[in-house]
Design a protein around this ligand. Structure first.
Ligand code: PBG
Length: 323
């Protein structure tokens, strides 16, 4: 089976995230997980967002859960000495990300929705999203590695593995891997429509995932491409078994979000990315920020987003910006 609509209905928190129309239920908080203990390191370009070791992360998520933030997206930040050409550490079950997922699922079960980023870039020594062969990112050599990473996240208990790599055919391969291994209730969030954007700069600092040579132009979408290609990517991922279709970045592609939302039957997510966050943080103060962020969130909803991944999520809950 490659289409399982029950995946999005499996727990109360998945249903609230996917099907509730209010903004608060749509929000997802992103986190960066590092090795060690007691680590709570601010990210310069993203004020308010820290890199955290598993112990600190679990406390942060406990307070988020108490505030009502039920959906969380986790990114692994891999130590430099552990990176290699094939991102082998990304699928290691003893790594902090997998450990964090297992702990959080043991604690919160179906009350939490955990999404985990599936890509090679944070664990490759060259920083690319795939296996580099003859100086090119080889699509078909990368797929099995992505499947290994996704499987390790599913084994840890992730609700959705989030494929952010933009290789062709990976949703189908990951779905098959999940089926074969019995993880029939694990969903796939696909970064279906992901542009080669300049708005990812702060994230790449945070996750130390900048490519050491070249760029992401051979796999991420051309910023000049029109609606046809966006719809092609979204519809093909839906057919391959994606449970959630993501458009990224958000603010500069709201027109694309509307086109995609009209073209697919699955829930649509937007990623309010690091560069968008940093722009808002540096151009507003505590007083002006709530209304501005609220206006941005409404634009996502109006464009057709069911789910909003945003670094503003926690502040919006803490400050009751959405009451
Ligand atoms: C990993 C990945 C990236 C982001 C999410 N997953 C970076 C990239 O593609 O270079 C960007 C997120 C953000 O900017 O907030 N491939």
């Amino acid at each position: 089976m490659n289409i399982r609509p029950r995946i999005n209905r499996w727990t109360i928190s998945r249903r609230n995230l996917n099907f509730s129309s209010d903004i608060k239920s749509s929000l997802v908080q992103a986190h960066f997980v590092v090795s060690g203990s007691g680590v709570d390191e601010p990210i310069q370009s993203m004020p308010g967002i820290n890199r955290q070791s598993v112990d600190v992360l679990c406390k942060t998520i406990a307070s988020d859960m108490a505030l009502g933030i039920k959906a969380h997206m986790l990114f692994a930040v891999v130590d430099h000495h552990q990176k290699d050409p094939t991102a082998s550490k990304a699928s290691d079950s003893s790594m902090p990300l997998q450990q964090a997922v297992a702990k959080l699922k043991a604690e919160y079960g179906g009350e939490i929705v955990i999404m985990t980023d599936v890509c090679l870039c944070t664990a490759t020594d060259h920083g690319h999203c795939g296996i580099v062969h003859n100086h090119q990112i080889d699509n078909d050599l990368t797929i099995p590695e992505l499947c290994k990473i996704a499987l390790s996240h599913a084994e840890a208990g992730a609700d959705y593995v989030s494929a952010s790599d933009m290789m062709d055919g990976r949703v189908k391969a990951i779905r098959a891997t999940l089926e074969e291994s019995g993880h029939v209730n694990t969903g796939i969030l696909s970064y279906s429509v992901k542009y080669a954007s300049s708005f990812y700069g702060p994230f790449r600092d945070a996750a130390s995932s900048s490519p050491s040579f070249g760029d992401r132009g051979s796999h991420q979408m051309d910023i000049r491409s029109g609606y046809d290609e966006a719809i092609l990517e979204a519809v093909s991922d839906e057919g391959e078994g994606a449970d959630i279709i993501m458009v990224k970045p958000a603010l500069t592609y709201l027109d694309v979000v509307r086109q995609v939302a009209d073209a697919v039957a699955r829930p649509v997510a937007v990623y309010n990315v690091s560069g968008e966050y940093s722009m808002v943080m540096s151009s507003t103060d505590e007083e002006s920020r709530p209304n501005l962020v609220r206006e941005i969130f409404h634009s996502f909803k109006r464009a057709g987003a069911d789910i909003i991944v945003s670094y503003h999520t926690r502040a919006a809950f803490v400050g009751n910006w959405l009451e």
